[in-house]
Design a protein. Structure first.
Length: 253
């Protein structure tokens, strides 16, 4: 009986150690995938009053997350939106409440009295609150890295992202993105972290960690979130070709 108890205790200890190691590696991975890497691109500045005005807007038709999208899309095809599709908003008379809708192009949105808020279809992060969060944090690297390091504890990670200013659906989308990257890009990101690679290689391409994240996690995140920094005309610390950053001025507050 004593021998059986010892063997049972040993098995339990190994399981706990394995899970702990996996969690630590995931934290290293997430930190590596968004670690600081030198200079930041010049971005358009918005006055604090503008950002605060966007924070005060209230969406009538938010888009929710229905489970882990990285599991859902494994077995299902995506709906193909037109390449020129845009997400646009329309205020109610009080100019506080608003709705969002996807249109085939900018002209179609304008014809219906809507104002374009980003390129591409609407998603979980298409709200004006999420726009305000992107505008407020000139560089989201440090705060998002802190929240993503809690990826193995969903309530903590999601609450941390919401505390940054993201809406709950957008925060949850960010959480699943970090979780998938931790699963799919573990070793290239650990390697990038150990070698302290900058975001971009000398030829301008992404380092192996970010390239893996963009390939394995990026498409689903962009599809579900709708809004990204690039399609909202907001540059980041990762150098991107100019034609990837949508030209838009957020003056509709």
């Amino acid at each position: 009986m004593l021998q059986e108890n010892r063997e049972y205790f040993l098995r339990c200890t190994l399981i706990i150690l394995g899970r702990t190691l996996r969690g630590l590696l995931g934290i290293i991975l997430v930190a590596a995938s968004i670690a600081p890497a030198g200079g930041q691109s010049e971005i358009q500045e918005y006055d604090d009053a503008v950002i605060e005005a966007f924070y005060k807007k209230v969406i009538r038709n938010p888009i929710a997350v229905e489970g882990d999208p990285y599991e859902d899309f494994q077995e299902s095809s995506w709906f193909a939106f037109p390449e020129e599709a845009v997400c646009a908003i329309q205020y109610e008379d009080d100019r506080i409440h608003y709705v969002i809708a996807t249109f085939s192009d900018e002209s179609a949105a304008e014809d219906y009295g809507y104002t374009v808020t980003h390129k591409g279809h609407c998603g979980t992060c298409s709200t004006l609150q999420d726009l305000a969060t992107y505008l407020y944090y000139r560089d989201l690297t440090t705060p998002v890295r802190r929240c993503s390091a809690l990826v193995w504890f969903k309530p903590w990670s999601s609450n941390c992202l919401e505390d940054l200013g993201f809406t709950p659906p957008c925060a949850e989308t960010w959480y699943y993105n970090a979780k998938n990257t931790a699963h799919e890009c573990l070793w290239p990101c650990i390697d990038s972290w150990i070698r302290k690679e900058p975001f971009n290689k000398s030829d301008g391409s992404l380092n192996d960690c970010l390239a893996c994240d963009e390939e394995r996690s990026g498409p689903v995140f962009q599809y579900v979130a709708g809004r990204t920094r690039r399609n909202s005309g907001i540059e980041s610390s990762i150098d991107r070709p100019e034609d990837e950053v949508y030209s838009i001025v957020h003056d509709y507050y």
